[in-house]
Design a protein around this ligand. Sequence first.
Ligand SMILES: [Cu+2]
Length: 127
Amino acid sequence: MCDRMARGLKRWAAIAGAAAVLLAVGGGLRADEPKTYEVVVKKDSYKFDPASVVLEVGDAVQWVNADVRRHLMSSVPGTGAGDQLEIFCDNFFPEKTCEHTFNTPGRYPYFCFIHRQMVGEVIVLER
Ligand SMILES: [Cu+2]
């Protein structure tokens, strides 16, 4: 191999390396996009699974009712960012879902208004 060819190959290797770094950075940015976390109420469980979810501002929780009965999620009054109930899903019938995006950091305890032993918590961190 002559010197000129070797230099050319080295240049191509450098460009390919830079492209790989850019792809890696792009992948990192994609990983930081808002996520949706799933919380399931399984049949006859009377539980939110998982009961505690930790997420970042801009992320969402989607509750899935895999039970045969209706549930009604509500924030614990007086908690969360504002005066309004942050979490309130009153039409959470079997096979329905309810989604909420969290835009303010804080702790959001919630419970089922119909079955008060069902409790859960969403913890929202700064992004
Ligand atoms: Cu319930």
